[in-house]
Ligand binder design. Structure first.
Ligand code: HEM
Length: 148
């Protein structure tokens, strides 16, 4: 098993980075859609259209991409024995945070579909900065490895 994963290592890493890109794209798109969605009247045809779009982003991009990033990331950690390395532990903490943020997005999507508008457009735009900030820190950790 480990021999096969070692051989596949460069492909695992290439696929990992690709699905990270898809995941981040979904994390940036969905809150932006929430902002425009909230400007539509509850129950209107536009409201229903946004609900359908958000459902597609969640089921086609966000949830599969997050799952695949985790599976490939943990496979890479197994192949490179990264478990006890400081950069990896810090990275994992940030990625668990990103996964929690996605959980919150899914709850907010359900609230919007139920007709609630819990946060202002401004608050949603500010929250939308979080994945970007996390991505900067994660990439610095995994490429620069500021601490072993
Ligand atoms: C979901 C949990 C994740 C785990 C368990 C994980 C784990 C790993 C591991 C072990 C490596 C290989 C490092 C090596 O080659 O020695 C790696 C590479 C990488 N990861 Fe992740 N990762 C995860 C999520 C992410 C996320 C969310 C991002 C970006 C936002 C990311 C960006 C990268 C990049 C850019 C590389 C390539 C680094 C290089 O080639 O030097 N990873 N990841």
């Amino acid at each position: 098993m480990i021999e096969a994963l070692m051989l596949a290592y460069p492909w695992l890493k290439a696929a990992h980075i690709l699905f990270v890109i898809f995941w981040m794209a979904g994390l940036f798109m969905l809150p932006r859609m929430f902002v425009y969605h909230q400007e539509s009247a509850v129950g209107s045809p536009e409201d229903k259209a946004w609900i359908a779009r958000e459902e597609r982003i969640a089921s086609i991009i966000l949830n599969p991409a997050m799952l695949i990033v985790w599976v490939l990331g943990l496979s890479l950690a197994y192949v490179t024995d990264a478990w006890m390395q400081g950069w990896f532990i810090a990275k994992l903490a940030l990625v668990i945070g990103l996964s929690g943020y996605q959980g919150w997005l899914m709850r907010y999507r359900a609230q919007l579909a139920a007709g609630a508008r819990p946060l202002s457009g401004r608050a949603l735009r500010m929250l939308n900065e979080l994945p970007g900030l996390a991505a900067v820190l994660i990439v610095i950790l995994v490429v620069i490895r500021p601490f072993a």
